[in-house]
Design a protein around this ligand. Structure first.
Ligand SMILES: *[C@@H]1O[C@H](CO)[C@@H](O)[C@H](O)[C@H]1NC(C)=O
Ligand SMILES: *[C@@H]1O[C@H](CO)[C@@H](O)[C@H](O)[C@H]1NC(C)=O
Ligand SMILES: *[C@@H]1O[C@H](CO)[C@@H](O)[C@H](O)[C@H]1NC(C)=O
Length: 476
């Protein structure tokens, strides 16, 4: 189809950047050296964060959705993680269950209810899928409803009745919980939304006062033995099971070691980055996703770079780089996308001030990755440019474009010269890049092509991230 590559200009805000006459750092992209395939980048509007955004004016709602999912006006996120409710009510930020009341035991006829809101998430999901083309919807239960658990409460830990070491006088609820999850997926299907990934645990290694359910790997395995055939019987053979969203990345290895007999029934191995981050691959051949990370403590900052603080955009650009290159992740999800709540931390990427949405540079850090590394992109090898504070990755997208990310953590600017080897010839013409730094949010900048049309050069300012996109020229 394509024989040569040229640099493509995709950005919307043109700007001219003079190239300093300094020594260029050579970067070579090797298309024949391949790593993981990417599923995308995402976030969540769980725990009624979606409800808080629905209270805004239509104009601000649209700005919020654009910032989340538009590839031109925002981060172009491609994964949405929804919470499957387990609570009997919507008090505080509780996620109400589709079966708030005990139907009378695990064998009783279920009494499901569908409120066509799903804690505000049906709205966000409908927009994501039908307005912005998001295809990956991860529905994740933080807990089973309380009446299915050893502690009779959807909060404060407790185990699913019927898994190893968790017997209850009310009986074995494993099948009932599997049926319940199927029903949730069916409600979305009836709204013309395909849930692609299903999880039944969130931080099973952490007990807390909001929805939470404890589980060992062995207990998760007990449930998966029921869940997988239940999904298949209901025609949901393409629905992937995600497990187990552990609090820390390394904890997931311990769980996986206890669930090898069901590993082939799983779709994706998932872990969070709180108690340990994705600094090495999980011990599995499955795809892995880092499904939750955030700066939950630091006071709100909109800074790209100030001193390397936990909430700064540049810090997150680097966190994502590490998760992809060292942790082998196929997806990276920030905790909350946007919320209108009094909390003043960096737990979200977008806050609301005076009823108007206000994005942080954490969102633009995600944009730097998500806009240019699209679902199905394969990470490919690079050499050069990785010294000092420079970090380089490259991906081949499904549409044939090659995107190259350069993060410059240094206090001085740099010039890079990119060539692509390994297979097709890549000529470059009309090269462009996109830069994010303290003053720019994914702004388009100029890049230059050498006389032979083989090398693309561009400037990477101090403490910035720049993506260069090379597009194959159609064969004539
Ligand atoms: C369902 O969604 C798809 C796209 O996701 C759309 O093409 C189709 O028209 C929708 N069908 C209905 C009945 O809304
Ligand atoms: C990286 O993940 C892929 C699955 O996406 C897997 O096949 C591969 O073995 C993993 N690589 C390492 C080094 O663990
Ligand atoms: C990434 O974010 C930085 C900081 O806002 C910006 O300079 C850069 O252009 C963004 N996008 C890309 C693709 O480089």
């Amino acid at each position: 189809m394509y024989s040569t590559m040229t640099l493509l200009l995709l950005g919307s805000v043109p700007g001219i950047m003079a190239l300093e006459p300094r020594q260029a750092t050579g970067i070579t992209v090797d298309l024949s050296r391949t790593y993981q395939t990417m599923d995308g980048f995402g976030t969540s509007e769980a725990f009624q964060r979606a409800v808080t955004m629905q209270r805004l004016s239509e104009t601000e709602q649209r700005k919020f959705l654009d910032l989340m999912f538009s590839t031109e006006k925002g981060a172009g996120l491609t994964i949405l993680r929804n919470g499957i409710g387990s609570s009997p009510d919507m008090r505080d930020d509780h996620m109400v269950s589709i079966q708030p009341k005990n139907p009378g035991g695990p064998k009783a006829t279920p009494q499901y209810v569908w409120d066509k809101s799903d804690n505000g998430q049906l709205w966000v999901t409908t927009e994501a899928v039908h307005t912005y083309g998001v295809k990956t919807i991860y529905a994740n239960a933080w807990s089973a409803p309380g009446y299915m658990k050893t502690n009779g409460n959807d909060a404060n830990g407790g185990s699913l009745c019927g898994v190893s070491g968790a017997s209850c006088s009310s009986g074995d609820w494993k099948q009932a919980f599997a049926d319940y999850l199927v029903q949730y997926v069916k409600y979305y299907a009836a709204e013309n939304i395909t849930i692609t990934n299903l999880g039944f645990l969130n931080e099973p290694d952490y007990t807390t006062s909001y929805a939470s359910m404890s589980s060992s790997g062995t207990q998760a395995q007990d449930f998966i033995k029921i869940l997988r055939p239940t999904l298949d019987r209901n025609g949901l053979t393409d629905l992937q099971i995600n497990c187990c969203d552990t609090m820390g990345w390394s904890t997931m290895n311990s769980m996986l070691n206890q669930m090898r007999s069901v590993e082939s029934s799983l779709g994706v191995a998932t872990g969070h980055a709180y108690t340990s981050g994705p600094s090495s691959p999980l011990s599995t051949k499955l795809k892995t996703w880092m499904t939750e990370a955030a700066d939950n403590n630091g006071a709100w900052t909109s800074s790209w770079y100030s001193n390397g603080g936990a909430g700064e955009g540049m810090t997150w650009a680097n966190n994502i780089y590490s998760a992809i290159t060292s942790g082998n992740v196929s997806a990276y999800l920030y905790w909350i996308g946007a919320q209108d709540r009094s909390s003043n931390t960096n737990s979200k990427m977008i806050r609301v001030v005076n009823k108007a949405v206000d994005p942080s540079k954490r969102l633009w850090a995600m944009a730097n990755w998500s806009r240019f590394v699209r679902p199905g992109a394969v990470r490919v090898g690079t050499s050069g440019g990785g010294g000092g504070g420079m970090r380089v990755t490259a991906f081949r997208n499904v549409d044939g474009t090659v995107s190259v990310q350069v993060i410059n953590n240094n206090g001085g600017g740099a010039t890079v010269a990119i060539t692509v080897n390994g297979g097709e010839g890549f000529a470059a013409a009309g090269a462009k890049g996109w830069v994010t730094d303290n003053s720019r949010d994914c702004n388009q900048i100029d890049a230059a092509v050498d006389a032979a049309g083989k090398t693309v050069s561009g400037s990477v300012p101090a403490r910035s991230m720049v993506t260069f996109v090379l597009r194959p020229a159609a064969k004539v």
